[in-house]
Design a protein around this ligand. Structure first.
Ligand code: AQP
Length: 334
């Protein structure tokens, strides 16, 4: 049986190395495997859980598609579409919000992190976001969902929602319970300025991340300025545990070169960070430069990007609308 893969990326600008190594790199491998049917969604409904400028949002939706293709996803093979173009997502999210429990949502750590001290002022959408994510996945009967480690808890919630719907409505296995696909190592890339915070698009300082559109000079400069500690690189990876910035940079290097962390540590053991950073910059430039050039080129071809979205929308819409209709019948709507 073919695996059905579904995953989404928010068009909130500045797609970065964390998005690439934690998720998109995995999307490309899954896309290349003929045993998979892949659906990759630009989750614009998720993006508006925080305020977006309409023009920037439109540009970011197209740039996310450009990034998927520049990284190696083949639009002939995988469905690429934007979430708001398939209305079943919003409708199914409402139906599932009547199944999900408050207590489950109250445990979501990402909401706590993102809302911070402003919990009373953030949008209701930011709170209920994981329910929309469950709808995204369940509408397509996804069997596997490739995500970064930060999304693991939301995926567990999706599994709980699927099971509760099936049980509450005596619906057998109407909703498939999806499996997460999370890279075993380097699944959470941290900020270049603080090794305890994840690399993020919405972080104010651009120096905290490597964007997939950064050019060579920017990459070299950001790595030069990346936070480290004063100790040399240790002789074994266990010694990295209390050194979050060193661990993150060596993790990035390992992920890009497909080495284990132990192999990377061995390569640079006893050396100082400036020597390591030089090599890391070189590897990063080799990886990011072609992606960045391709994104910039594709960004100029709006018609091509819109055509991909329209093709994807047609296929996704048919699938999602059918599943939604069945959901409505099971619930008891006429
Ligand atoms: N730092 C990260 N390390 C590993 N994986 C990451 N992902 C995001 N950041 C990291 C994974 O990328 C996919 C798409 O994420 P997203 O853009 O939909 O949302 P996000 O997780 O909220 O990413 P950001 O950068 O933090 O965006 P903002 O700042 O807009 O909220 C997901 O699979 C995610 O796990």
């Amino acid at each position: 049986m073919k695996k059905r893969i579904f995953s989404g990326v928010q068009p909130t600008g500045n797609l970065h190395l964390g998005n690439y190594l934690g998720a998109i790199k995995n999307f490309v491998e899954l896309n290349n495997d003929n045993n998979n049917d892949c659906i990759f969604c630009v989750v614009d409904l998720h993006a508006i859980t925080v305020k977006q400028d309409p023009k920037e949002l439109r540009d970011n939706i197209r740039e996310t598609v450009a990034t998927f293709i520049a990284c190696g996803i083949n639009p002939e093979k995988s469905i690429i579409f934007n979430q708001s173009s398939v209305s079943a997502h919003s409708e199914a999210a409402w139906l599932l919000s009547c199944v999900a429990r408050m207590g489950w949502l109250n445990r979501m750590t990402q909401f706590k992190e993102k809302a911070g001290k402003d919990k009373e002022k953030v949008s209701v959408g930011l709170y209920s976001y994981p329910i929309l994510m469950a709808a995204d996945i369940l509408l397509y009967e996804a069997t596997h969902v490739p995500v970064g480690e930060d999304q693991k808890q939301h995926l567990e919630l999706c599994r709980d929602i699927a099971q509760k719907f099936n049980n509450d409505y005596f619906a057998g296995d109407f909703f498939k319970v999806p499996e997460p696909l999370i890279q075993k190592e380097f699944s959470r890339i941290m900020s270049l300025k603080d090794g305890t915070k994840k690399m993020s698009k919405s972080e104010l300082s651009d120096l905290s991340r490597i964007n997939l559109t950064d050019d060579e000079n920017l990459i070299i400069n950001k790595i030069k300025k990346a936070k480290t500690d004063s100790l040399p690189i240790p002789s074994n990876s266990k010694e990295l545990e209390m050194r979050p910035e060193a661990k993150n940079l060596l993790g990035i290097y390992s992920s890009l070169t497909n080495l284990s962390i132990d192999e990377s540590v061995k390569e640079f053991s006893g050396k100082n960070f400036s020597q390591f950073k030089e090599k890391l910059s070189q590897v990063l430039v080799e990886k990011i430069n072609p992606i960045s050039d391709k994104i910039k080129k594709l960004n100029n071809d709006k018609e091509y990007l819109d055509r991909i979205l329209l093709n994807g929308q047609k296929k996704a819409n048919e699938f999602a609308t059918n599943k939604l209709k069945k959901m409505q019948e099971i619930i008891g709507f006429l």
